[in-house]
Design a binder for this molecule. Structure first.
Ligand SMILES: [Zn+2]
Length: 240
């Protein structure tokens, strides 16, 4: 299967759903990370340094590829049609079965706008009359089977939890690869991420999510649309 994980800044996917990304990469699935911006407006780190860190983190997670839409950091707008089109083009190129999307309920305006842009892009990717091009050729429409929202500054409703216990070290290593963001160097300006307690906060969230399903670590996702069932049999684990 193919999974597309969308982040606003080059470290968002790692922090919020890096475990799930690593789980699918380890399964041999095609996993693509799309960062909407290069993080050029962030407090620490140049875009070049952040791009190097993002590549290193992508290798640690084992993803197939990582792309950057180079949309303006601190300039995302939920109603910007060109920004939406850029995301639709990537969706139609990757043709993902599952898309992981940032929670739009977030104080950071880029996360709020980017979350909505991404949801709208998933919808428009399947509208045949909405034309996009790649390499001079018109792209075919693509219907994403399932969009899932992940937690940012605010938690999503935990409709689904993925057990990330086996890849937890990989997730932590990928986050640490963003040294200009989560580092503790004196040259860095203080942000919530440079706080030495930051990684333990991520761990606490992942432990709570895991606890909900009886696992050590988990990542929670909110369904954008209801799961369809023919009956309840698919809700029963095979061993039950
Ligand atoms: Zn971010």
């Amino acid at each position: 299967m193919r999974v597309l994980a969308i982040g606003i800044h080059p470290d968002d996917v790692e922090i919020s759903c890096g475990g799930t990304v690593a789980v699918h990469a380890a399964r041999g699935d095609e996993v693509v990370i799309l960062d909407l911006t290069r993080g050029e407006s962030s407090t620490n780190g140049t875009p070049e340094a952040r791009a190097r860190e993002a590549e290193a983190a992508a290798r640690i997670l084992g993803v197939t590829r990582r792309v950057n839409a180079a949309l303006p950091d601190a300039g995302l707008r939920s109603d910007d049609l060109e920004q939406r089109r850029a995301i639709v083009t990537v969706i139609r190129s990757v043709r993902p079965h599952v898309v992981l999307i940032p929670n739009a309920n977030d104080q950071h305006p880029d996360h709020a706008a980017g979350g909505i842009l991404s949801q709208h892009a998933v919808f428009m990717a399947n509208v045949d009359g909405y034309a996009t091009e790649e390499g001079g050729a018109r792209q075919a429409r693509w219907g994403v089977a399932r969009s899932l929202l992940y937690s940012g500054r605010r938690e999503v409703r935990p409709d689904l939890v993925v057990d990330i216990t086996t890849v937890y070290e990989t997730k932590t290593k990928a986050i640490r690869a963003h040294a200009t963001q989560v580092g503790t160097g004196k040259e860095l300006l203080a942000t919530p991420l440079t706080d030495p307690r930051f990684l333990s906060v991520v761990e606490a969230r992942d432990r709570v999510a895991g606890r909900r399903i009886g696992a050590t670590f988990g990542e929670a996702f909110e369904l954008v649309s209801p799961l369809g069932l023919t009956d309840f049999s698919s809700l029963i684990k095979p061993e039950a």
